[in-house]
Ligand binder design. Structure first.
Ligand code: MN
Ligand code: FE
Length: 325
């Protein structure tokens, strides 16, 4: 998947990676457009029902999601797509890039519709240290690849590439975003911001697929290049994930200095540790925190039935993994 002519036109069949094609077919069924979610009631909620702490939490959420969705798009187009040559993988990445652009448009739509201070929300990713730190974490991974060579050339380059995939598909899309979804859906539990929460549902459905695709991709690459899986590399992958958990915990403490809608930073961070463990397991690294999910109500919101069916029907076995240390 890493070597081959990078400008060879697509010749799809016979498929070499049927899981990638299955993800593409599912992605097509998930199509949506931001304006399909009316925000009139959300505007009224904002004006009449939300207090300053709740507004602060929503602004922090928008101030993180909006720029990060565009970073994911950039990373796919500039760092990931040029390095993978399998046609079905490239078709999925092209579709995902469109979805990420659609997510940017969805958050732009919310920011321009709700009576928030747009300039302040747009600038949070630079002005707020907890958001800036998460952005710096992601940028570092993209910049490392922009200066890198071809992953077909050496083990070190392949490790660097896999590090980027873990940092984006597993950390950003599978941990940072899930923590944000949990916060957003706490509003719907109180019957608030239902339009925004519909958008979050659709983004979440897309992100579940991106995460699943990313895990399949990482495991497939590890299967094709087992020499990459040194004990040192698996330690670095694990510490990347643990570093991300710390960044997310700091961010959540800034989002929720006091509990909002019955949700505290401590509980949300318990959920972050719980999903970080799931991601570590999916990569074959073993759970680290071994914590229960403190947000039991979230399971029903996040485990969309159609996705569960999809994964049960088509998931590969995660028999390939990084050795535990
Ligand atoms: Mn996205
Ligand atoms: Fe995504």
């Amino acid at each position: 998947m890493l070597s081959g002519d990078v400008i060879e036109p697509v010749r799809l069949f016979p498929l070499r990676y049927p899981w990638a094609y299955a993800h593409l077919q599912q992605a097509k069924r998930n199509s949506w457009f931001p304006e399909e979610a009316p925000l009139h009631d959300d505007v009224r909620d904002w004006q009449e029902r939300l207090g300053p702490e709740e507004k602060h939490a929503v602004e922090m959420l928008l101030g993180f999601f909006n720029p990060m969705e565009s970073l994911v798009t950039t990373n796919i187009v500039m760092a990931v797509y040029p390095r993978l040559t399998a046609p079905e993988v490239r078709l999925y990445l092209a579709r995902q890039a469109w979805e990420e652009a659609n997510h940017v448009m969805a958050f732009e739509y919310v920011i321009k519709t709700l009576p928030v201070d747009r300039e302040r929300v747009f600038n949070l990713h630079r002005d707020h240290p907890a958001i800036a730190a998460k952005e710096a974490f992601q940028r570092r991974l993209t910049e490392a690849l922009l200066q890198a060579g071809d992953p077909a050339d050496s083990v070190g380059e392949r490790q660097r590439f896999l590090f980027n995939l873990v940092g984006y598909f597993v950390v950003l899309e599978g941990i940072f975003f899930y923590s944000g979804f949990a916060l957003a859906l706490a509003f719907r539990r109180r019957n608030l911001l239902r339009g925004l929460c519909s958008l979050v549902d659709w983004v979440l459905r897309d992100e579940s697929l991106h995460l699943s695709f990313g895990i399949h991709l990482v495991l497939e690459l590890l299967g094709e290049h087992p020499e990459v899986m040194t004990a040192g590399f698996s330690r670095r992958v694990k510490s990347l994930i643990l570093e991300a958990v710390e960044l997310e915990e700091n961010y959540n403490r800034a989002v929720l200095p006091r509990p909002v809608l019955g949700l505290s930073a401590g509980e949300l961070n318990g959920y972050v540790r719980y999903i970080a463990d799931r991601r570590l397991e999916e990569l074959g690294l073993g759970a680290h925190f071994k914590a229960e999910n403190p947000l039991k109500w979230l399971a029903a919101e996040v485990d969309l039935p159609e996705l569960v069916n999809f994964f049960e029907a088509r998931n590969i076995n995660y028999e390939v993994g990084i050795p535990r240390t």
